[in-house]
Design a protein around this ligand. Structure first.
Ligand code: PRX
Length: 664
């Protein structure tokens, strides 16, 4: 039979998948969802009983969701590392593989059992204690995708220290901001890692970041360095730098470290993410609610069963890696694959080779990866036996139907449901998604809300006091959330006022997601992308304000405005409009210099794909840059700039002038 390969088809889950699924129908889901909304305390109280608590909670939920005041499992005491490891071992999973590490060199491969993981975590927790880390202290983990990263995260969690994982692709300047922003005194890093056959020296970047911190009055007391690359020349600062391997092997370091009973609302981690204004913000996630949400979403959305092998390709430096590669997987006693490098090395079949080699059953990746691999041709997928796969997932950006169909046909062989999971760093876990055995899929739609999540699509409000108005069927609007779920962030670290301002003022009484969306007649949600000044590049979130401030810190630049434009592989990319100092000429050399400058200030992910030098910004009469005009020009849609928009400009002739110089 020819595989069905149509965009407008409803892809029902195969019957054998339904038969074994936790939730087998939409009706079953509707009943549970309604209960989760009508009586969240009963619903989430029940879910939390699947985990271990040192002391039970007094009240499941207390707060006022519409103003960002949330407390879950009030008075309860637990420890997420204990739940990830000790509780699994107590259930007989000691010898099961917890982490399956796959290095870029194929032979660099290691399975770590739950018992081995517990020993490593306890030993590292004791190393942290030896160097003065206590409950509440922040620890920076600037580490590549190696098995020692989850060890370090769980070691922090075990003793109540707050981890801040910083993506390995960030520059020294970006790392400095995160060290200072979290006030950390200890950094864990690696000497380096493999990237497409080359060795990248992360220790050098961490060293530079420490010097930059020092300039701003913060001293990093210790840096613990994993010797990941063998025979690699690693600079060493005596007195500050410590070898991970040596410290772990010390005879005074015990295999035992009691897990600290943490209050449910005690901080677990800080994750920096971009917003529409200012510097990246440190989203603060806490212990109890996050744990219950990570556990529950992993179980139901990936329909997790005991013999599954889970492979999430996201870097642990982002929220997806935190919640699913590490916490969600281990809380469910799963085997989680960690892969060091890129999908295209040594050949563009690396993901499929790993699926084949490690018999992966659940594969979770981003649309940008699917698009780039699709471009390389289906023959790379066909070389491998992917028959172990039973479920696929997508995350990070809207998946275009063409990529969905390719993923479904060539990777899933038409047999695997695809869960398109919409969520964000702030949410802690997946918010809108399919439950894979419960209803049919439409390519490009994330479908329905998870338990406890009540999305509403609102029309923009004309004024703060106006009543909220829901958009109609198929009508675009602002995606907001109207009910509490346990995984939601509790605040922005060190900037309490920014939390309310960022999320609760756009649509008062609701949590504002920053995304546009619409709902169809079947109740399915379609996410349409960001409607604020955040751009989603290859599933990585970058605030345009950050890039503008990086560009403006270059001596040649007077003013910069950065917007997103559609990109065939990355989803979106950055388009920068730059005004130079009078005497400076905008040429190709300067363009390259500005790209290098943003790479240095933030990291390669933030370097603009296109830079156009202009003489004047299109501003309205009160002097504000009209970004909608710049977005239209960048997208090649100057014709779509209506008269109404042109009339708001102080100098309407600039539209034509800027459009003529557009970089194609
Ligand atoms: O615009 C949405 C997009 O990614 C944003 C969140 O980015 P971040 O906090 O970095 O988290 C990414 C991983 C959860 C959202 O506001 N986004 C994420 N998943 C999807 C998506 N857009 C459409 N469909 C998705 N499945």
């Amino acid at each position: 039979m020819e595989p069905i390969n149509k965009i407008d088809h409803l892809y029902a889950p195969p019957q054998d998948f339904v038969d074994q699924a936790y939730i087998k129908s939409r009706a079953e889901y509707e009943k549970m969802w309604k209960q989760s909304i009508d009586d969240p305390e009963a619903f989430w109280g029940e879910m939390a009983k699947n985990l271990h608590w040192f002391k039970p909670w007094l009240k499941v939920y207390r707060g006022d969701f519409g103003i960002g005041d949330n407390e879950w499992y009030v008075g309860g005491k637990t420890n997420i590392a204990y739940n990830c490891l000790d509780a699994q071992i107590a259930q007989g999973k000691g010898d099961k593989t917890a982490i399956l590490f796959q290095g870029e060199p194929d032979e660099d491969c290691r399975s770590i059992s739950y018992r081995e993981m517990l020993t490593a975590v306890c030993r590292f927790a004791n190393v942290l204690k030896k160097y003065g880390v206590q409950k509440g202290d922040r620890v920076i983990l600037y580490m590549p995708m190696i098995w020692q990263l989850p060890v370090a995260m769980l070691a922090c969690a075990r003793i109540g220290a707050v981890h801040t994982v910083v993506f390995g692709g960030f520059s020294a300047e970006a790392l400095r901001d995160r060290i200072i922003g979290s006030g950390a005194k200890l950094v864990v890093t690696a000497n380096g890692y493999w990237r497409s056959g080359k060795q990248v020296n992360s220790k050098n970047i961490a060293d530079t970041a420490c010097i930059l911190c020092q300039e701003q009055g913060l001293t990093v007391d210790h840096m613990i360095v994993v010797n990941h690359l063998k025979d690699f020349d690693t600079p060493w600062t005596l007195g500050r730098d410590l070898s991970f391997e040596k410290e772990m092997a010390e005879t005074d370091i015990s295999d035992v470290c009691p897990a600290v009973p943490m209050d449910a609302e005690d901080p677990l981690f800080i994750m920096f993410t971009s917003g529409s204004t200012g510097k990246p913000k440190g989203t603060l996630h806490i212990t109890g609610g996050y744990m219950v949400y990570a556990y529950t979403t992993f179980k139901y959305i990936f329909d997790y069963k005991d013999n599954d092998i889970f492979f999430c390709t996201a870097d642990i430096g982002w929220i997806t890696g935190h919640t699913y590669t590490v916490y969600g997987a281990l809380l469910n006693g799963a085997t989680s694959v960690i892969y060091e490098s890129v999908p295209t090395y040594p050949e563009p079949d690396r993901f499929w080779q790993i699926v084949d080699k490690h018999k992966v059953t659940i594969f979770y990746t981003a649309p940008t990866a699917i698009r780039s691999l699709m471009k390389k041709g289906s023959e790379w997928v066909e070389k491998h036996d992917l028959s172990t796969l039973r479920l696929l997932g997508s995350v990070g950006e809207p998946i275009n139907p063409e990529a969905w169909l390719w993923y479904h046909q060539y990777v899933g062989h038409g047999r695997c449901p695809i869960v398109d999971t919409w969520w964000q760093t702030e949410g802690g876990g997946i918010l809108i998604t399919a439950l894979p055995g419960a209803w049919g899929l439409k390519p490009g739609s994330a479908t329905l809300p998870f338990f406890g999540v009540k999305p509403v699509i609102l029309k923009p409000r004309p004024s703060e006091n106006a009543d909220p108005i829901e958009a109609g069927i198929d009508e675009e609007g602002e995606l907001c959330l109207a009910s509490p779920w346990p995984g939601i962030m509790r605040g922005i670290y060190g900037e309490p006022e920014r939390f309310f301002m960022n999320y609760y003022t756009q649509q008062p009484g609701f949590y504002f997601t920053g995304d546009g969306a619409k709902k169809d007649a079947d109740g399915y949600f379609w996410i349409l992308g960001r409607i604020d000044d955040v751009v989603n590049i290859s599933g990585h979130r970058i605030g345009t304000a950050e890039v503008e401030s990086a560009l403006c810190s270059h001596p040649a630049v007077i003013e910069a405005a950065v917007v997103g434009y559609p990109h065939p592989i990355k989803g979106e990319d950055l388009y920068a409009y730059v005004i130079l100092s009078k005497e400076i000429e905008g040429n190709e050399t300067l363009r390259q210099e500005l790209v290098a400058h943003t790479r240095k200030e933030i990291g390669p992910i933030a370097s603009p794909g296109k830079i156009q030098f202009i003489h004047e910004m299109p501003k309205n009469r009160s002097g504000k840059i009209v970004r909608r005009v710049l977005r239209k020009i960048a997208a090649g849609d100057a014709a779509g700039i209506g008269d109404a928009m042109i009339n708001t400009l102080a100098e309407p002739h600039l539209v034509e002038e800027i459009n003529q110089g557009r970089i194609v």
